[in-house]
Design a protein around this ligand. Structure first.
Ligand SMILES: NC(=O)c1ccc[n+]([C@@H]2O[C@H](COP(=O)([O-])OP(=O)(O)OC[C@H]3O[C@@H](n4cnc5c(N)ncnc54)[C@H](OP(=O)(O)O)[C@@H]3O)[C@@H](O)[C@H]2O)c1
Length: 313
């Protein structure tokens, strides 16, 4: 039998003695901001039968926050997953106003809708909210201190969402995302390794790669098992390495799978050898324990996910 749960946005199946026991799906409209991004496509791949509405930038340009209100009022979702963001870390140094509109002002509108409609917001954020001076994995409550405009705008988005809808917002910070889709470090390395005689890769920035598909599955687990719990969480693959370690692992795996024909030297360089417009945290390893406990799943070791992603490429 189908009944309303105490929370108006949730419709749940419950069993009566006349019915066979069954699982308890939440039948609620899900709206995902983002369509062709890495996480958005991974959410699509792993959605199973949830049929979320994916909103691309043509339908709702987040640089125009007023459009967020319009689409949410039209679709009336019970769950918003914000997989869209201004993610051009270096360009953000010149386009901080645009980054602020997409990563803060529009997120504030999503949260305001969630608060007003008893809906839920799962919002993605980044390790770049930290300054990288920690010596051990960052906890969700550790002090923030972004080093660039992208991190500033993402932190402002977190604060805006928590201010508007502290009871309805779950923030999941992640890091070093890669996937079969879009452009990312793994795909760039594979291309460069097939074109160049050797490569220099930064060896003094440490973090945790994250396969977008695993992150997407974690998000669906939260939804499917009704584990939504407001607050800030971290989620990356297990383990931490430098970019140079990651590049070497990519080469090893791609040689083994036949995706690369020959090895090239991969030389460690420093951040100073490879200056970029935006500064990056030297250490941005995130502690995943809070979300692992909530959902009852341990993160997958990064190397296993790298193998899996390469096999799907
Ligand atoms: N990539 C990383 O290494 C990384 C690291 C840490 C945290 N994160 C966070 O993880 C989340 C997902 O990242 P991702 O790697 O999937 O990003 P991505 O591949 O760069 O995709 C960005 C998404 O944002 C959408 N978008 C950008 N500008 C927009 C606008 N003006 N209006 C509407 N949509 C717009 C894009 O829309 P279209 O689909 O229409 O193109 C796309 O779906 C983001 O919150 C990001 O900050 C990413």
């Amino acid at each position: 039998m189908l009944v309303w749960s105490p929370e108006p946005v949730l419709l749940k199946w419950v069993t009566t003695s006349a019915e066979a026991p069954r699982s308890v799906p939440n039948i609620m409209a899900i709206l995902v901001f983002g369509s062709s991004g890495q996480l958005a496509q991974s959410l699509r791949d792993t959605q199973q039968d949830k049929e979320p509405i994916f909103v691309d930038r043509n339908t709702c340009d987040l640089a125009d926050p007023g459009r967020v209100d319009a689409i949410l009022e039209r679709q009336k979702p019970g769950l918003i997953i914000n997989a869209a963001a201004y993610t051009a870390v270096d360009k953000a140094e010149e386009e901080s106003g645009l980054a602020q509109l997409i990563n803060e002002a529009s997120v504030r509108r999503m949260a305001a809708y969630a608060h007003a409609n008893n809906a839920r917001l799962i919002h993605l954020s980044t390790d770049f909210v930290f300054d990288g001076t920690n010596q051990s994995p960052y906890l969700p409550g550790d002090p923030t201190g972004p080093l660039g405009q992208y991190g500033e705008s993402k932190l402002a988005g977190e604060l805006a969402a928590l201010e508007e809808a502290p009871e309805s917002t779950m923030i999941i910070r992640t890091a070093w995302v890669y996937s079969e889709y879009g452009s990312n470090f793994v795909k760039t390395m594979l291309r460069l390794m097939s074109e160049k005689p050797e490569l220099g890769v930064v060896n003094d920035q440490r973090g945790s790669p994250t396969y977008a598909c695993d992150l997407a599955e974690m998000i669906w687990q939260i939804h499917e098992h009704d584990l939504f719990s407001p607050g800030i969480y971290h989620w990356t693959d297990e383990g931490n390495i430098t970019w140079c370690d990651f590049a070497r692992a990519i080469q090893e795996e791609a040689l083994e799978s036949g995706q690369l024909a020959k090895a090239i030297p991969i030389n460690p360089i420093t951040t100073d050898d490879y200056p970029t417009p935006a500064a990056r945290p030297a250490y941005s390893v995130l502690n995943n324990t809070k979300l692992a406990k909530l959902v009852g799943i341990e993160p997958t070791p990064w190397r296993r996910n790298l193998k899996l992603m390469l096999s799907r490429l």
